[in-house]
Write a protein that binds this ligand. Structure first.
Ligand SMILES: C[S@@+](CC[C@H](N)C(=O)[O-])C[C@H]1O[C@@H](n2cnc3c(N)ncnc32)[C@H](O)[C@@H]1O
Length: 245
């Protein structure tokens, strides 16, 4: 596990959280949370939680959520645990999404996986495992990279969104952008490495038709698809059918 997670450990250490200064990343987290639509008291599974940005956002807004979040990078997890320290109902686990996970069948009302699927060596096994974990009628929110993308588009979208902010907020946004510049350069370098892994076939960016059909075979009905992250991703909502356990 440690070899495979090395890139992600580096990503966390070099500045993954600098992404929070990028307005398209903040908008993506917001869009994922809106799609997930957690209700008070629900139990959620966050697959590949990274530094915990989504669970921190959800816990701050919705009462009584039970969250199990899992990642294989110890460095990402350390940040996620620190971010959610005030919430005992958030549990962070270290594990590999391509293996059987330590949760009962149908244990969760909803699951979410954001920008993780492309990096998994056994994507089908990971999705089948999520299908096992989501209760009949439960939801799955999945976001991943478009097969053809232009990472520069995120930077362009950031500055367009920044210019559109009202006065004080725009000033704060510029301050955050300048403060995050050194780690964002490291983020850009790691993103180039991810792109090279895609070109070499180690990572795979699903076309939307292919992922929709795969989810269907795994017992999910896709109910909505929209572009996200400055059009670099697709964001999909699905519902677990009851009949195929
Ligand atoms: C691009 S980050 C996304 C993090 C978070 N979902 C977000 O949107 O900010 C990808 C995450 O997937 C995790 N990951 C990649 N392969 C994994 C695997 N086989 N098992 C568990 N986690 C994995 C990485 O450690 C990393 O935290």
């Amino acid at each position: 596990m440690s070899m495979a997670s090395a890139l992600w450990d580096w990503y966390a250490a070099l500045g993954y959280d600098a992404l929070n200064a990028l307005l398209p990343y903040a908008a993506l987290q917001e869009a994922v949370l809106t799609a997930l639509a957690p209700a008070p008291g629900e139990r959620l599974f966050i697959a590949g939680c990274g530094t915990g940005n989504l669970e921190a956002r959800a816990l701050g807004r919705v009462d009584g959520l039970e969250i199990d979040a899992l990642d294989f990078s110890a460095t990402m997890l350390a940040r996620a645990r620190a971010k959610c320290a005030g919430y005992p109902s958030a549990r962070h686990h270290r594990g590999d999404l391509c293996q059987r996970l330590p949760f009962a069948d149908a244990a969760f009302d909803a699951a979410v996986m954001c920008n993780v699927l492309y990096a998994l060596p056994d994507r089908q096994a990971a999705l089948a495992e999520i299908s096992r974990l989501v209760r009949p009628g439960g939801r799955f929110t999945l976001c991943d990279r478009q097969p053809v993308s232009d990472p520069e588009q995120v930077t362009r979208a950031h500055f367009t969104m920044l210019r559109a902010l009202p006065g004080r907020e725009r000033l704060r946004g510029w301050g955050r952008t300048l403060g995050a510049l050194p780690p964002l350069l490291a983020v850009a370098a790691i993103n180039r490495r991810i792109q090279r892994r895609m070109e070499s076939g180690a990572y795979y960016f699903y076309p939307i038709e292919e992922i929709t059909s795969l989810l269907d075979t795994l017992g999910f009905t896709v109910t909505r698809v929209e572009p996200a992250y400055a059009e670099q991703c697709w964001l999909l909502q699905a519902r677990r059918r009851a009949e195929e356990r």
